[in-house]
Design a protein around this ligand. Structure first.
Ligand SMILES: Nc1ncnc2c1ncn2[C@@H]1O[C@H](COP(=O)(O)OP(=O)(O)OP(=O)(O)O)[C@@H](O)[C@H]1O
Ligand SMILES: [Mg+2]
Length: 411
């Protein structure tokens, strides 16, 4: 048995209710303790009727957060990978490995008893998934271990935790509860989240609402992020990408060009195009061809990531680029969770890794004025009621999304 933190030891001793939940800061040691808890949990239900389920935000995050680290500790013979039928054999027990994002996968639980469920990133699940799980943990020996980072104070999972009761054991972590974190990593995380709602949630482990300016660091001092031609010349780029958001019904059309500095140290909004109001497909295509050609020539942009809700317009841009011989590939944006993209950009800003060219007034204004929606209390929602420019932000996000992981991996 490795050396556990005091919080991890306490969990081992006391987490013997039906619902055992750890919430709190990032890197606080919530998941690590489970690598050594799971073998015993699985052994305890061995041979008993009911399903064993590992439920994550997606199958991919389940693999990354749980399966791969445990394979590293115990080897692939004791901890198998997730097979094509969504099961994995861990310590001899067949576990159903499901992503809460897939209704089809989760529906496999309907009608069966669950004897053990491990829940990862619980706050990201749809509440219906959790409700169904509640009704399935129906054996006297049924048990749930779950972890997540906090969200807003009215989140459905927080409400479940606050109802408490005999069946619930809960623990709440701060980042300082894990003495194994290198001090420089903790210092960097604290700096990266300073002044945002994420500091309270990911560092202090508190359930706090997102309020006011979305990009607070930027709103406080936009001049700090500006970059002009002269300074740009000193910053060689590794690559550049384009993002495209299509408008309609009152929203605008927006293009963004993002440059990634060598070694993925920083990202820079280099160019933009914005049009509010009606526009014919031909004019949109012409504007895009001009924009893409200029960004290719100046910054080496090779790919454009477009709002996937408009496949016809995407085909139009692709055909226009081919016709005009602009060597920019026109692709669908990945469109990962919007709050993940927001959190990413906030971190880049706090870490001094985001800059914006002075020739991008629409994007600058959009970042300055973006607000959390005060009326949507149960989840974080960026205000999108036509009073602020969400289109330039969408385009910006589609452009940087493909390199988010690379940038984060660097620190
Ligand atoms: N008892 C321990 N001994 C050695 N290393 C540990 C211990 N507990 C945690 N760590 C290390 O600290 C880091 C963070 O731990 P962990 O992944 O469990 O955090 P977490 O709370 O699950 O974070 P997140 O909320 O981001 O998922 C990991 O690199 C982990 O290996
Ligand atoms: Mg974790």
């Amino acid at each position: 048995m490795p050396f556990l933190t005091p919080m991890q030891r306490e969990y081992r001793l006391r987490a013997n209710r039906v619902w055992n939940v750890k919430t709190g800061a990032t890197r606080s040691g919530k998941t690590y303790g489970d690598y050594f808890l799971l073998p015993g949990r699985l052994l305890a239900v061995r041979g008993l009727p009911g399903l064993t389920v590992l439920l994550g935000a997606t199958k991919g995050t389940l693999t990354r957060n749980l399966i791969l680290p445990m394979q590293g500790i115990y080897g692939a013979s004791l901890v198998g990978g997730i097979r094509s039928d969504n099961t994995a054999v861990l310590f001899g027990e067949t576990c159903h490995c499901l992503g809460a994002d897939s209704v089809r996968q989760v529906n496999r639980l309907r009608g069966s008893s669950v004897k053990y469920c491990y829940g990862d990133e619980v706050t990201t699940w749809h509440p219906d998934v959790f409700e169904m799980l509640k009704s399935r943990l129906d054996k006297a020996y049924s048990r749930f271990d779950g972890t997540c980072n906090p969200e807003g104070p009215t989140h459905w999972f927080k409400q479940f935790l606050d109802r408490g009761g005999e069946d619930l054991y809960r623990q709440s972590y701060t980042i300082d509860d894990n003495p194994f974190n290198p001090p420089e990593v903790v210092a960097r995380l604290k700096r990266d989240y300073a002044g945002t709602v994420y500091y309270d949630r990911y560092i202090r482990g508190l359930w706090v609402a997102a309020e006011g300016a979305v990009y607070r660091a930027f709103a406080d001092d936009p001049a700090r992020f500006a970059i002009g031609e002269a300074e740009l010349a000193d910053r060689p780029l590794a690559t550049a990408t384009l993002g495209v958001d299509f408008g309609g019904n009152g929203s605008g059309h927006a293009f963004a060009c993002t440059g990634f500095e060598r070694g993925f140290r920083g990202l820079i909004t280099l160019a933009e195009w914005y049009h509010k109001g009606e526009i014919t497909p031909e004019r949109l295509e012409n504007a895009f061809v001009d924009f893409a050609r200029a960004c290719h020539t100046r910054y080496g942009a090779r790919a454009a990531y477009c709002d996937s809700a408009e496949p016809t317009l995407i085909l139009g841009l692709r055909a226009a680029c081919a016709r005009e011989k602009v060597p920019v590939e026109v692709l669908k944006a990945r469109k990962g969770p919007v709050n993940g993209r927001i959190r990413f950009l906030c971190r880049m800003m706090a870490g001094g890794r985001y800059r914006i060219h002075t020739a991008c007034p629409n994007t600058r204004e959009a970042l300055l004025t973006a607000l959390w929606d005060a009326r949507r209390r149960t989840e974080d929602v960026r205000l999108d009621d036509g009073t602020t420019n969400i289109d330039s932000l969408d385009a910006l996000e589609y452009s940087f999304e493909p390199y988010q992981q690379e940038m984060l991996a660097l620190g």
